[in-house]
Design a protein around this ligand. Structure first.
Ligand code: NAP
Length: 315
């Protein structure tokens, strides 16, 4: 009898349909993956692992023998907050394709800022023909906060593109040819020298509000910010104040404290803010389903659970 793997996926209908095609296909011969709502009580009791994305905690509670959950998302702050500490282990999505997609997004929006596109867009609206001096990538420093699966790939892509780069992480790193920092002093160093700062840390107790009033007083004058991590890492009032008093040049924001961003939020109409609807690196069902299948096969063949989230660290 094949193991039962409940699917607890709350997503837009097209995305949901895509998962319901890709996951059973990738898991063919490995497990019987079906929406939790289709499972009997006895089948739910047999499940040791579930595949989840934005699950309803009430549905998870109907699976009494879960040992671990495979999240389809890279960010797990909600699961860490909602699942009991002695509950199933949380395995997050780590897909090399997602790292490539994120690195591409970081490069694209860094180039947008580097080539002064927001300023030229404003000039077009005002019918102003005015050239500004060109800077070369090597004359710009891009700081990446968070050097994990996504940040390290983004940093390498920026470096390959000729930018002067530096990185910041919780623990000390040694990346050949790259300047890296850690700890509070390291953060100040990176913020004070970066023309563009890219946020790619997870949301944890330590990173909530990381980019607040104090940090924003240490940024290089006229720098820009890209937040592709999680909204609450940035203090919105402090960011708006820094943009309004010209300490910051521009912010590209893909993630927000409340999503979708409420219609009345000042970011929408702010001339120095680019709002994106959380699109910098979506999970790609076709590649992610293969990662899930490998993880599940290893578990069912050898009893090995993939590296899980450290509940104390929060990521
Ligand atoms: P990861 O592999 O876990 O890496 C996290 C990095 O952040 C590590 O380098 C870690 O430091 C660093 N970090 C954590 N806490 C820190 C702290 N207090 N101070 C300094 N550095 C800290 O995570 P990832 O896969 O790269 O993903 C990062 C985040 O991107 C996810 O958590 C998610 O929220 C976000 N994300 C967004 C999108 C989107 O579409 N916008 C898509 C995917 C993911 P150490 O190396 O020292 O541990």
């Amino acid at each position: 009898m094949k193991p039962i793997v409940p699917l607890l996926i709350r997503a837009q209908s097209d995305e949901y349909a895509s998962w319901l095609t890709c996951l059973p296909q990738a898991l063919d011969g490995i497990a019987d993956a079906r929406p939790v709502s289709d499972l009997s009580e006895a089948e739910r009791a047999r499940a040791e692992v579930a595949i989840i994305a934005n699950p309803d905690p009430k549905d998870l509670a109907t699976l009494p023998n879960l040992k671990w959950v495979q999240s389809l998302w890279a960010g797990v702050e909600r699961l860490v907050a909602e699942l009991p500490e002695d509950g199933p282990r949380i395995v997050r999505m780590t897909d090399p394709q997602m790292a490539e997609t994120m690195a591409e997004a970081v490069l694209a929006w860094t180039l947008y800022l580097h080539r002064d596109m927001p300023r030229y867009a404003r000039q077009q609206q005002e019918r102003v023909w005015l050239e500004h001096p060109l800077k070369l990538p090597g004359e710009r420093t891009v700081g990446v906060l968070g050097l994990g699966k996504l940040g390290s790939r983004a940093l390498a892509r920026l470096h390959d593109n000729g930018f002067n780069v530096c990185g910041w992480s919780r623990t000390e790193k040694d990346i050949s040819g790259i300047e890296t920092h850690h700890g509070q002093a390291g953060l100040t160093e990176v913020l004070s020298k970066s023309d563009i700062t890219v946020l790619l840390t997870p949301l944890t107790q330590e990173t909530r509000g990381l980019i607040g009033k104090a940090a924003l007083t240490t940024v290089k004058k006229g720098a820009s910010l890209i937040n592709f991590a999680r909204g609450p890492i940035v203090d919105d009032s402090a960011l708006l104040a820094a943009l309004n008093d010209d300490r910051l040049n521009h912010a590209v924001l893909d993630v927000f404290a409340i999503e979708p961003l409420p219609e009345e939020h000042p970011y929408w109409a702010h001339p120095k803010v680019t709002v994106l609807p959380h699109i910098s690196a979506p999970t790609v069902p076709a590649t992610a389903a293969r990662i899930v299948a490998e993880n599940l096969k290893t578990y069912f063949d050898a009893g090995i659970i993939p590296p899980a989230v450290d509940r104390t660290r929060g990521y």
